[in-house]
Design a protein. Structure first.
Length: 188
């Protein structure tokens, strides 16, 4: 392993952490309808669990409505059960071959809970980023102490500074995403 590998792997892990946080944020319910709210709801379909987006089309006909059109009409009952079990607090209504979900605006108390949930997700992501930085620094120190690697102290110091830079950029991105999501959640 060399310095470049450590830096590349660290950057990749931090990028994946940000992508994971963005996926998690898409699942947080705001007052507005969003297809991402249901995309990852797991539906039992012919004996296996699949994402809802794989077996149905999800659209937003109005700002407070979601419309689900199953590709296989026989899966409608399973989709309704999965949405009810998802813990999102949604009430799906069957309309012929499709399913309609009305999204009532969340109460003030619920918006506070959601904002706290968003902040907790962000803090968990920050902890992951700090752990990645720590692991990268340990790897660099191990390389420095390894007599076979022939890596100088200056190279390690420079690499650590680069990791700190990437960490700061990543945490700034987390803060930006979090502030945006919190303002979305708190908006009526």
């Amino acid at each position: 392993m060399d310095i470049d590998t450590v830096l590349l792997e660290t950057e990749e892990k931090m990028t994946k952490s940000i992508e994971y946080l963005q996926r998690e944020y898409r699942g947080v319910r705001t007052g507005r309808a969003n297809t991402a709210l249901l995309e990852y709801v797991k539906v039992e379909y012919y004996g296996s669990n699949v994402d809802l987006r794989e077996i149905a089309g999800i659209s937003v006909p109005e700002p407070t409505q979601l419309l689900i059109k199953p590709f296989d009409p026989g899966s409608k009952a399973e989709i309704i059960k999965a949405i009810e079990r998802s813990g999102l607090g949604l009430n799906p209504q069957s309309e012929g071959s499709q399913i309609r979900i009305m999204l009532p605006p969340p109460s003030a108390e619920r918006r506070k809970q959601l904002a706290m949930q968003v902040r907790k997700m962000a803090e968990d992501c920050r902890v992951t980023i700090r752990n990645e930085r720590r692991d990268a620094n340990k790897s660099l120190e191990a390389l420095e102490n390894d007599p076979k690697s022939k890596i100088s102290e200056d190279q390690v110091t420079s690499a650590k500074e680069y990791i700190d830079e990437v960490t700061k950029k990543t945490t700034t991105k987390i803060d930006d995403l979090t502030n945006k999501k919190v303002s979305e959640v708190e908006e009526i």
